[in-house]
Design a protein around this ligand. Structure first.
Ligand SMILES: *Cc1c(COP(=O)(O)O)cnc(C)c1O
Length: 498
């Protein structure tokens, strides 16, 4: 098979297990990695649902009192423990002070969202002035396209990835129509090569090079929701701008998952929701980014009072003093109930860095990949053995935490069997399970348990084993003192995790 870039975490796991004196598939490896995970304390700041509380659980199969295996933070992140506390505080403030809550308390409502924009900016690699928290993702995408999509007879196309998230597709399609163009001519879909599942950067760049003069906006996701592929945002931005296009990203699946440098990459605009890896609760307050280079050249087409400079916003003189940059895109006052959980989550992010989360994430997902390949690689000699194909790129730089799996057996059965066993993950048509170990709260033991449960869900006779170190040799005792392990793949992937 040759070596793939993900071999570095695999080599690392094999080294750990040989130091521990057990197989790489042993549960001891998971326990060992969890004990040395410098981010393990972050999980304690979240409410992890119990197996018995998940509606599909079958208590004849599993212990209902255990934490569930929550691998669906790519769809809806877990609740930070402080979210409820902040909401209670604000409800209490409302009860006690009424309108005075706008100016008083920990989160004065008149500018509550402004107080967390610097935390948000850190997560996306932006300056606080480049970020606004408002609305939902799709609303923000529309607002941004109103400014950045300026079709002309020569330059009227929007380039997006084929099978983009439906809401993005609809937003783009309707924007094209609204400007009097025809999606048949103006919507350019970037498709993978025949027989391939993900896009090659070289092909994306070649398309931009070839079609660039007719493209008004290049709009990709940062991380593709279905395949889990991370797009090379820096290269796409440079290529698009080189051709005179505006380049934007939907970072819904990238934010809180991979390192973003929206400012340094010179991305023109971006948007994201906050209820996936950012854990703000369903329908949470979404984000928008406009690069500071556009501060004085781009302004919102639609105005509302919240886009007015705060200093004079409440003078109510109907003379617009529009905030420069993305601030001027605000329309309405923000719902304080949505600021609370987002603040709770961003405060947890601020206890670490995206770099540290990414380091853990590469190993965590590499571990999942390792175990899946170990147990579920196709075996020509045993045609009845179920196998798993990983659609997500094997290069850790080209993926975030999510692996998208397709199976040799019907996926809905496996999904149902996993759900009965207390695994929260998701199934996407036509035949993919998306498994997302979030580095903020998932553990190596979650991954190990998951692969075990997958074995029983598949009814596989080849059940993964869990133990190989004898009981009088607890895993954390070896090797003495803990080894100076690092994982390296050439220059970039260096994990001083242990
Ligand atoms: C989750 C997601 C959305 C959802 O949009 P909302 O407006 O927040 O409902 C849109 N686009 C992408 C790429 C997503 O992943």
């Amino acid at each position: 098979m040759g070596s793939s870039p993900s071999d570095s975490s695999h080599t690392f796991l094999e080294r750990v297990s040989s130091e521990l004196g057990c197989a790489p598939t042993s549960q001891d490896v998971a326990v060992y990695l969890d004990k040395r995970d410098p981010l393990q304390h972050l999980r304690k700041q979240f409410l992890v649902p119990r197996v018995g509380d998940l509606p599909p659980t079958d208590l004849s199969l599993v212990d209902g009192t255990e934490d569930c295996i929550y691998f669906v933070g790519n769809s809806l992140g877990l609740q930070p423990k402080s979210a409820g506390k902040y909401i209670d505080e604000d409800m209490d403030k409302w009860a006690k002070m009424g309108i005075h809550g706008h100016r008083a308390g920990k989160r004065p409502w008149a500018y509550a969202e402004n107080n967390i924009e610097d935390l948000m900016a850190n997560v996306v690699g932006a300056k606080a002035e480049e970020v606004a928290l408002m609305n939902g993702l799709t609303v923000n995408l529309h607002l941004l396209l109103l400014s950045f999509y300026r079709p002309t007879a020569e330059r009227h196309k929007i380039l997006i990835e084929d099978k983009a998230f439906p809401s993005d597709y609809y937003a783009v399609e309707s924007q094209i129509r609204m400007r009097g163009f025809d999606p048949q001519q103006s919507l350019l879909l970037m498709k993978p090569r025949a027989g391939e599942e993900t896009l090659r950067t070289e092909d994306i760049l070649a398309t931009i090079e070839r079609e660039g003069e007719s493209i008004a906006v290049v709009l990709f996701s940062g991380v593709q929701y279905y395949t889990g592929q991370v797009f090379n945002m820096a290269a796409i931005t440079a290529a698009g701008q080189n051709k005179g296009c505006f380049v934007g990203f939907d970072c819904a699946h990238a934010v809180g998952n991979v390192e973003l440098r929206l400012h340094d990459w010179g991305v023109d605009f971006a948007c994201w929701c906050s209820y996936k890896y950012l854990n703000s609760g369903a329908g949470g307050l979404a984000g928008a980014f406009i690069h500071e280079k556009h501060t004085h050249t781009v302004k919102s087409t639609l105005w509302g009072w919240w886009g007015h400079d705060l200093k004079t916003r409440f003078h109510m003189d109907n003379v617009m003093d529009l905030l420069p940059g993305v601030g001027g895109y605000r329309l309405s006052n923000q719902p304080f109930l949505l600021v609370c959980p987002l603040q709770a989550s961003l405060e947890i992010f601020s206890q670490t860095s995206m770099q540290a989360l990414r380091q853990k994430s590469k190993l965590l997902t590499g571990y999942l990949e390792y175990l899946l390949k170990h147990y579920y690689t196709q075996d020509e000699a045993r045609p009845d053995k179920p196998y798993v194909r990983i659609i997500t790129p094997s290069d850790p730089e080209e993926r975030g935490c999510q692996l998208s799996l397709s199976f040799s057996v019907p996926v809905d059965t496996i999904f149902n069997e996993l759900e009965k066993r207390g695994v929260a993950c998701d199934m996407r048509e036509p035949n993919v399970l998306r498994i997302a170990p979030a580095p903020l709260y998932n553990s190596f033991s979650d991954v190990h348990r998951f692969v075990n449960l997958l074995g029983s869900a598949l009814g596989s006779r080849q059940r993964p084993h869990t133990e190989c170190v004898t009981e009088n040799q607890p895993a954390d005792k070896h090797p003495p003192g803990g080894p100076p392990f690092t994982v390296t793949d050439g220059a970039s992937f260096h994990v001083p995790l242990l």
